[in-house]
Design a protein around this ligand. Structure first.
Ligand code: PHE
Length: 445
């Protein structure tokens, strides 16, 4: 059913490649900016620790035990009613919604590789108006870069995940980390650094409302690639003797550290220039280019490398968003990888264009729904509704449906009994009840 399995390191790299993406560097900083800073970060960190990590391991467990696509996994692991449980596997389709806006953002990043090389803005103000102009009026540029990002992503998936993408990951992920560390070192020297630390780590609960709690919880799912079968699908190809507990922990820690470093860099710079933290999705495109400009020709180089590494981080995640559905189509309908990609890409391209056009001022009135653009709707629906729902299903499935002794015999070589019990408690009660409570809270309050 599956091709070659990952190596142990390959699994960690592939899941880290999936987890570390635009969620960390594009989304986390701008969401933190929009939701008032520290309190949002705290809720996000708590969710990662008490829910995200357990759920990550739960997805690995499902994949490792079933060795199949997500739909077959639910079907085959349920001791009873597998024919009903299999529908939980349809959580993979959330990926179609995520991918349609994700690819647009990768397109923006492509454009900013070019901007970094040739036309860096000299101030935050200039950067803001040029990004805003592209987003709200420049259909041609956006379509061009979106189409490019779209083809690159689907081309790589067509080659299979292991060959091209894993190799590229091995070079570009460390490069991204190095660039972020250089930028972090530079931001120490800026007057905004202290403010950035305070903004990120001193919680102000007066700024928290039910929608920011839901946003933080949803983002914890998004950033760890949880709730839509990605980790499950990757774990189906994990080698038998891999330490799944340690691998899960490593991915979660790496993902969180990268998000926090990106946040520190971006806010240091924004506060240095007295710019607003709540710039929305344009935040990194507005805050970083003027910093690169200040560094002269070196800045051009760092800018190009930064956006390139970011593009690759995005692409390795995009690949992992497509893969569960592709795997499902190949396994269940016995069609080729190419054929399933053609079908899938037609849907994604259509939805992506819809999302893109919904940001264009002139067209907004034709492509909005309940006053919201499709870009925002796809983002909200996937992160704040579908991923958490997927997470609840996974938690219930692992906590109440799969037999406990199966879980224990898989996990006990890698953890003490008390950690196992803690994990099991979190999956059975904390995760489903906690996430459900947050969603209900948002609907009613
Ligand atoms: N985790 C990825 C990011 O942070 C996005 C993602 C979501 C990937 C869901 C796979 C599945 O950018």
């Amino acid at each position: 059913m599956h091709g070659a399995r990952f190596s142990k390191f390959g699994f960690i790299m592939a899941s880290a490649g999936s987890a570390v993406g635009l969620g960390n560097i594009w989304k986390f900083p701008y969401m933190t900016g929009e939701n008032g800073g520290g309190a949002f970060v705290l809720i996000y960190l708590l969710t990662i620790t008490f829910v995200g990590l357990s759920l990550f391991l739960a997805e690995v467990v499902i994949g490792r035990l079933s060795r199949g696509d997500a739909v077959s996994a639910f079907e085959s692991l349920a001791p009873r009613n597998g024919n009903l449980w299999k529908y939980s596997g349809f959580m993979i389709f959330t990926g179609i919604l995520i991918l349609s806006f994700y690819t647009i953002v990768i397109g923006w990043i492509f454009k900013y590789i070019y901007v970094s090389a040739f036309s860096l803005p000299s101030s935050v103000k200039e950067a803001g108006s040029s990004f805003g102009g592209m987003l709200s009026a420049d259909t041609t540029t956006q379509t061009l870069f979106f189409t490019l990002a779209f083809f690159v992503t689907f081309f790589i998936v067509s080659k299979g995940v292991k060959q091209g993408i894993e190799k590229i990951n091995l070079i570009l992920m460390p490069l991204l980390v190095i660039i972020l560390l250089i930028l972090l070192a530079y931001s120490f020297t800026l007057s905004g650094f202290g403010k950035a630390v305070a903004f990120l780590f001193v919680p102000d609960f007066s700024k928290v409302h039910s929608s920011s709690i839901l946003a933080a919880v949803g983002h914890a799912f998004f950033t760890l690639s949880l709730g839509m079968g990605t980790i499950m699908t990757y774990a189906a190809s994990i080698p038998k003797d891999a330490n799944i507990a340690k691998s899960s922990l490593m991915v979660a820690v790496l993902d969180t550290v990268i998000a926090l470093v990106a946040g520190l860099v971006i806010f240091s710079f924004l506060f240095h220039f007295n710019a607003e933290p709540s710039q929305g999705p344009g935040l990194i495109f507005i805050s970083l280019p003027p910093l690169f400009y200040q560094l002269g020709i070196l800045g051009n180089a760092i800018g190009v490398l930064f956006f390139m590494a970011l593009a690759f981080a995005g692409i390795t995640s995009a690949v992992s968003i497509v893969e569960p559905t592709v795997m499902y189509m190949i396994d269940r309908f016995k069609i080729s990888r190419t054929k399933s990609l053609v079908i899938l890409s037609a849907v994604v391209y259509l939805l992506g264009m819809l999302a893109l056009l919904s940001n264009i001022d002139e067209l907004k009135k034709y492509v909005t729904f309940f006053g919201k653009g499709f870009f925002d709707i796809f983002d909200f629906l996937s992160s704040s509704v579908l991923l958490p729902l997927g997470g609840i299903l996974i938690a219930i499935f692992v906590g109440f449906v799969i037999e406990k002794n199966r879980l224990y015999s898989l996990l006990s070589p890698f953890m003490s009994d008390s950690i196992f019990n803690l994990w099991y408690f979190s999956i059975k009660y904390i995760t489903p009840i906690g996430v459900f409570a947050v969603m209900i809270n948002k609907i009613f309050f």
